[in-house]
Write a protein that binds this ligand. Structure first.
Ligand code: FUL
Length: 510
C-alpha cells in the first residue's frame, strides 16, 4: 500500500511545477502543481494532498489572529469612502497614540497590525515624496508627523508584525487611469517597503473605481508583485495577490469546508475584483454567503481542474458596522459573544482572522471596542486554558504529541478505519473539539467525526469535513470517559498534529 502511494506520488511530482525556493522542497513538497494530461480523479486527489504552504504562507497562517487598522481622512469626514477632494487640514487627531493601538491588539492575542497607509481617496498616512495629499499637509504635528513610522515602531516595540494596505485605487492622483500611475504606485510601494523595516503582509484591495479624470486604471500587478518579492521577500501578498485569498465576505464568517488547496484557476484577479465590495454603502457590507462560493476545493472541482495551488483564506471583518470610525456607531460595537462566534467561524474553520479596530478622531481605539475585545480575550483564555487531553490516555500514542504545539510532530493513520481513541481517568464534561493537521505535508482530511462512548456504544457527537491548519467544532456539552476521533475520508494518509478537548467558558454560553 505504501509503496503504491509513493510511486503514484512520484509519478505526480514529475509533472509538478515548483513555485518557490522553499527549504522544504528538498523533501519534495510543492506549493502548486499542474495535473498531467489524462490524470484520473484519484491521481489528482493524491497530488493535491501533497501541495503545501510556502514558508511565508505557513508563518502567516500560524498568526491566527491579526488586527486591521482603518484610519485616515475618512475618520474626520465621517465617511466610509472618501472622494479624493478632501481638505487635508481636516486630519487632526488630538491624542493619537499608536502604542495604544498596538497594545490593545497585543492584549487580544493578535500578532500583526495591518495599517491603511492609503485608502481609495489617496490620502497618505506617511509624508510621501510623490504627492502632497498626505499627513505633511495637515495640522497634525505641524505637518511633520509620519503615522506609518509611528505604527511600525510601536509594532517593533511590542513585538508584533507590521503590514501595509496600499489601495491601488486612488481618487486623488492626476495620473490615475494612465500608465504613469503605475510608476507612481510603484514609487509609493517602494517608499513603504524600504523606509519602515520589515513588512510581513501587503494587502491590495479588490475595489477599483474611477480616478479624478473619470478613468479607471489598469493595474500592473505583475510589476507590483516583483517589487514586493525583491524588497520584502518574507511578506505575503493578500487579496489581490498570490499568497492569501479573501474569504469572499466581510461578515466574519468563513466556510464550513475550507480547502487551502484549490484549483489554480481560482487565483484570478478578475474574479477577486468582481467579488470585492463595489459600493461604499452605509457601512453594512456583504451579507454572509453573498458572493462567497460555497465550494472552492472539493473532489468535484478537482475533476475539471488543470492544477492546484496552496491559497489559504483570510477573514476580514470590522468590530463595528463600518470599516472607519463613526461616533454614531459607538453603541454598535460587536459584543464579546459575537466576536467569539466570529473566532470559531474564522480561525476555527481553517482561516486567519483579520479584525478591524478603527481608531477615533482622538487617535485612540474607543473604550467600547476595548471592552468588547477584553471580553472576547477573557472567554478565549478561559475556554482554552484546560485541554482535557493533557490528563488523558491514548491507546497507542503519547498524548503529549497532540499538545506540544508543533505541527511537524503528528500521528499518521494507515488509510483504513483510522481513529484516535482517548480515555480520560474519569468522566469529563466538554463541548469543544480542536484539531490541527500537519499542513507542512499537505491538507488531506475530508470527513471526520467525534464519537463518544455513551450507554455502552459509540455515538457520533459532532462531525466535520475539512480540518487544515485548525478546525474547532462546537457541540452541546457531553459527559463521558472515552472518545474517539474517526477519520472517515482523507486524500492520503491523514496526519493529525494537535488535539484539544475543552469546556467552553460560562461567559460564552450564558
Ligand atoms: C473594501 C474597501 O472598499 C473598504 O473600504 C475596506 O477598505 C475593506 C477592507 O475593503 O473592499
Amino acid at each position: 500500500m505504501r509503496i503504491f502511494l509513493l510511486n503514484s506520488f512520484l509519478f505526480g511530482l514529475a509533472f509538478c511545477s515548483f513555485m518557490s525556493c522553499d527549504s522544504r522542497l528538498q523533501k519534495k513538497y510543492i506549493t502548486s502543481c499542474s495535473f498531467p494530461e489524462g490524470a484520473t480523479i484519484e491521481e489528482k486527489v493524491r497530488m493535491a494532498a501533497h501541495v503545501v504552504p510556502s514558508e511565508r504562507q505557513l508563518e502567516w497562517q500560524k498568526m491566527e489572529k491579526t488586527c486591521f487598522i482603518c484610519y485616515g481622512i475618512n475618520t474626520f469626514t465621517d465617511r466610509e469612502w472618501g472622494t479624493g477632494k478632501e481638505d487635508p487640514s481636516l486630519f487632526n487627531p488630538t491624542a493619537l497614540d499608536a502604542g495604544q493601538w498596538v497594545r490593545t491588539a497585543k492584549d487580544a492575542g493578535m500578532k500583526m497590525i495591518l495599517l491603511t497607509c492609503k485608502h481609495h481617496d489617496g490620502f497618505c498616512l506617511w509624508p510621501s515624496a510623490y504627492t502632497d495629499f498626505s499627513v505633511k499637509s495637515t495640522p497634525w504635528k505641524d505637518g511633520k508627523g509620519d503615522l506609518v513610522r509611528e505604527v511600525a515602531d510601536a509594532c517593533k516595540e511590542y513585538g508584533l508584525k507590521f503590514a501595509v494596505y496600499l489601495s491601488p485605487w486612488d481618487m486623488n492622483h492626476p495620473d490615475y487611469g494612465t500608465e504613469r500611475y503605475n510608476d507612481f504606485f510603484v514609487n509609493q510601494l517602494t517608499e513603504l517597503l524600504t523606509q519602515y523595516g520589515r513588512v510581513d503582509e501587503v494587502w491590495f484591495d479588490g475595489a477599483c473605481g474611477e480616478g479624478p479624470n473619470g478613468k479607471k486604471q489598469v493595474y500592473d500587478f505583475k510589476r507590483y508583485y516583483e517589487v514586493i518579492r525583491r524588497l520584502q521577500p518574507e511578506a505575503v501578498i493578500a487579496v489581490m495577490g498570490p499568497d492569501v485569498r479573501w474569504v469572499g465576505t466581510e461578515s466574519g464568517y468563513g466556510r464550513d469546508t475550507e480547502w487551502s488547496v484549490i484549483p489554480a484557476s481560482a487565483n484570478s484577479l478578475k474574479d477577486i475584483a468582481e467579488s470585492s465590495q463595489q459600493e461604499a454603502g452605509s457601512g453594512t457590507f456583504l451579507p454572509e454567503g453573498d458572493k462567497q462560493k460555497k465550494d472552492l476545493g472539493s473532489r468535484k472541482l478537482l475533476t475539471d481542474a488543470k492544477g492546484v495551488i496552496w491559497y489559504p483564506s483570510e477573514v476580514d471583518v470590522s468590530i463595528r458596522p463600518g470599516w472607519y470610525y463613526h461616533a454614531k456607531q459607538d453603541s454598535l460595537v460587536k459584543s464579546p459573544q459575537k466576536l467569539i462566534d466570529i473566532y470559531y467561524s474564522s480561525v476555527g474553520k481553517n482561516s486567519l482572522l483579520l479584525l478591524n479596530l478603527p481608531p477615533d478622531k482622538r487617535g485612540l481605539i474607543h473604550e467600547n471596542d476595548i471592552r468588547s475585545l477584553q471580553g472576547m480575550t477573557r472567554i478565549l483564555n478561559e475556554t482554552f486554558r484546560n485541554n482535557l487531553l493533557e490528563s488523558a490516555q491514548l491507546s497507542s500514542v503519547d498524548a503529549a504529541l497532540f499538545t506540544d504545539g508543533v505541527l511537524e510532530t503528528y500521528w499518521q493513520g494507515n488509510g483504513e478505519n483510522d481513529a484516535i481513541e482517548i480515555s480520560f481517568d474519569k468522566k469529563q464534561l466538554f463541548d469543544r473539539l480542536l484539531l490541527q493537521e500537519n499542513i507542512t505535508e499537505g491538507q488531506r482530511i475530508e470527513d471526520f467525526a467525534l464519537e463518544c462512548w455513551m450507554d455502552n456504544q459509540w455515538k457520533v457527537v459532532a462531525e466535520g469535513t475539512t480540518i487544515g491548519y485548525k478546525r474547532i467544532l462546537r457541540f452541546d456539552p457531553v459527559e463521558t470517559e472515552k472518545v474517539r476521533i474517526v477519520i472517515r475520508q482523507s486524500r492520503d494518509l491523514p496526519q493529525v498534529s494537535e488535539i484539544g478537548v475543552y469546556k467552553a467558558s460560562k461567559e460564552e454560553v450564558d
